[in-house]
Ligand binder design. Structure first.
Ligand code: SAM
Length: 509
């Protein structure tokens, strides 16, 4: 029984790994239906799917052309040699697949342009691309858009640039992609370039219950773009049900109908690019202050081997590690129940057998350490802990990062529960949390800042700076958290303006 279960887990793990390396996630039919309806609206003669996979777009496009009685030639690309056989199995015939080439779409592109392109590009993140691949992709992007694209862009970003280059004037592109394409550091220059040369018809986002890929921890959206004179406003939609009908109706021009499953915003392209195309429009005027005006943010401590460096007090006693070489720490967001973390909570964790002490022998030479600690470190080295990736770059290897105790911590990754935590326990967090350091140690100021940070309106603003993932989860990195807008009226009520860092003047102020 157990072995069986283990095999299932093993298979799904290796399947997941293959999916990640090849970027093979198949689009569900209901999504392909409205994407095809948009891309083929002008009844073009040719359609390109540059990342064919099992061929869902070909199948749906073929049906669409038949039912609308026009002749359509299908063109496709993929780099996987086995893909044609899989596409055949999914119901396509040799005639449908005759224009499919096994070639890299980005680095070995088609020589002709197409009036309709529809794509679900491979979702391959930058750390899965080889150094050589990355360098070629970056060169390509620099030549294509005349700007440098940050190295953290995944293959799907370069695919979009190539798809737009391959689109004929007046042509339509429908592109489903993960939201990081408009939330990453490279997003603004990329979208400004796109918006200066193309017309946005619609951007479609999905609420968690309507997500096209329920099994993937990714937030996706669909871009409907025409290679036409750029526009100043476009329609931004939130789809609340896995149903293509209303989307097809809207995209085919029914703009004044009442839609039950669609939330529709008419918004400015400039505002949307600034806010992030995956995020809803900002309703109010920009707030004056951000968290960075009152505090700085750092990630928590990375140990390199949590099981070795982080332990229960009981274990530390058994090992004979003196208290002076232990720092109170918190290692899991789940260990913090609410938004207040006190000494009682540390005791509660200890009672449950959760680690709460971080080994810290910094500043002492090995032979100055007690024999018990020396023995512990030697035992760790005998197990190869000193050779682990991050640890081997430290000198000596057992020297851990340090942090001043932050009065406020932040749980940066969560399903609707990214939150600030008031640290009354005097702990330092490991890297599951961020440290928030107010600019002034004044306790009264810290309390006022805390009141603002724990307010639902401020928490709501996290969407404006975080990266979105599946199931409505968001992740906020330290620099992004410093950009968190603090609602003006809260800053005023708490009276903390006087603590704000003076704004830097520019030449043009
Ligand atoms: C996310 S799947 C999408 C497949 C299909 N169009 C769909 O929507 O279900 C992306 C496909 O792109 C292929 N692929 C990966 N890298 C590629 C590249 N550089 N050029 C063309 N295709 C690529 C993968 O093998 C995979 O089949």
């Amino acid at each position: 029984m157990n072995r069986k279960r283990h095999q299932v887990v093993q298979r799904s793990r290796s399947e997941r790994e293959t999916l990640r390396t090849k970027g093979q996630f198949w689009t569900p039919d209901w999504v392909a239906e409205f994407m095809v309806a948009y891309a083929l609206q002008d009844q073009p003669k040719r359609l390109l799917d540059p990342a064919l996979g099992e061929g869902v777009f070909f199948r749906v496009a073929k049906r669409y052309a038949e039912s609308h009685r026009f002749y359509l030639s299908l063109f496709g690309r993929d780099i996987d040699m086995n893909i044609v056989a899989q596409a055949r199995q999914s119901g396509l015939n040799d005639n449908d697949l005759r224009n499919v080439e096994i070639r890299d779409f980005v680095l070995d592109p088609p020589t002709e342009q197409f009036p309709a392109i529809i794509a679900n590009p491979p979702y391959i993140r930058h750390h899965r691309l080889s150094t050589l691949q990355k360098a070629s992709l970056r060169d390509f992007a620099r030549t294509a858009i005349g700007r440098h694209i940050d190295g953290r862009a995944g293959l799907h970003v370069y695919f979009l640039i190539r798809a737009l280059q391959t689109l004929s004037p007046g042509g339509r592109l429908c592109y489903i992609v993960s939201a990081d394409i408009c939330e990453g550091v490279f997003a603004q220059p990329l979208w400004q370039w796109i918006a200066s040369r193309n017309k946005f018809d619609a951007v479609i986002t999905f609420s968690p219950e309507a997500t096209p890929f329920p099994d993937m921890d990714t937030n996706v959206l669909v871009f409907c773009i025409q290679k036409e004179q750029p526009n100043k406003h476009f329609h931004w939609l939130k789809c609340r049900s896995q149903n293509a009908e209303e989307l097809i109706s809207f995209l085919s021009g029914n703009r004044h109908k009442q839609f039950k499953t669609l939330e529709i915003h008419h918004r400015s392209v400039d505002e949307a690019i600034k806010t992030g195309l995956s995020r809803p429009p900002t309703q109010t005027a920009a707030d004056r202050y951000t968290l960075g005006d009152f505090a700085s943010v750092m990630r928590g401590i990375v140990t390199g081997d949590i099981a070795f460096f982080f332990m229960t007090l009981k274990r530390a006693r058994e090992l004979g590690i003196p208290k002076s070489m232990l720092i109170k720490a918190v290692g899991r967001t789940r260990d913090i129940e609410g938004d207040l973390f006190c000494c009682e909570d540390v005791k509660r964790l200890e009672a449950k057998g959760r680690p709460t002490r971080l080994l810290n022998v910094n500043g002492l030479a090995f032979d100055q350490l007690p024999a018990t600690v020396q023995a512990y470190l030697e035992e760790g080295a005998s197990r190869g802990i000193d050779k682990k990736t991050l640890i081997r770059t430290r000198n000596p290897w057992y020297r851990v990062e340090t942090r001043t105790i932050p009065p406020i911590m932040f749980a940066y990754l969560g399903r609707r529960n990214a939150r600030f935590i008031r640290n009354c326990a005097g702990v330092v967090p490991l890297n599951c949390l961020l440290c928030v350091y107010p600019n002034h140690p004044n306790l009264e100021f810290v309390e006022h800042l805390w009141n603002i940070l724990s307010h639902p309106e401020t928490i709501n603003n996290l969407r404006m700076v975080g990266k979105s993932y599946g199931g409505d989860a968001i992740k906020v990195e330290p620099r992004a958290l410093e950009r968190l807008p603090l609602p003006d009226h809260l800053v005023q009520t708490e009276g903390i303006e006087k603590y704000a860092k003076p704004k830097q003047c520019t030449l043009f102020d």
